[in-house]
Design a protein around this ligand. Sequence first.
Ligand code: FES
Length: 206
Amino acid sequence: MGEPMIRSSMTRRQFGARVLRAGWWSLALTGIAAAWASVRFFWPRTSYTPPTRFLAGRPEDYGPGEVSLRYLESHRVWVVRGDGGIFAIVARCSHLGCRPNWFAEERRFKCPCHGSNFDAEGRVIAGPAPRPLKRAAVSLTPEGQILVDSADQAEHADAVRDPSFLVPLAEGPRRPSAEAHGRARDEGAAASEASFSGHRWKGDLA
Ligand code: FES
């Protein structure tokens, strides 16, 4: 008669321990969930879109007629050295916005979506694209670097008349004079960075 009573009392104790353990677990999980919610709340919601202004090397880095794919993935532009100078073509088809591919042997951009063709200047060779590819603004920094601003775009017809969309080769790369160099040194490194004064650019560099 005594043994079953002992068993029954042990079972009750075990049951109590289990309930206690379950309580601790649920408390711990609630704490973890609350901590995660706090982290999510305070975590900065940063956008990692690539900067629209970037340096694209020097004009002499580009060979005659070169269509460079160097900045295609990162900034969605081709930097091109044409007869008149360096310009940047926006990699977005004027039909429905697909990204054309450059075929160097044929010297054509071909759109994979509906077959439009463009020449190396971005002009339409075959439709259905209604207009040439757009251009992005380019300028030369005092240090002789090409500065591309892919946010500043223009239709081809406007861009070819606007000096903001071409870095001419005839002048050659502009280098800062010794005097300008000295001034920049005096103003310190930070001021030197901010002293880029491409005629369209006033902000920080990418
Ligand atoms: S999106 Fe390029 S041809 Fe249609």
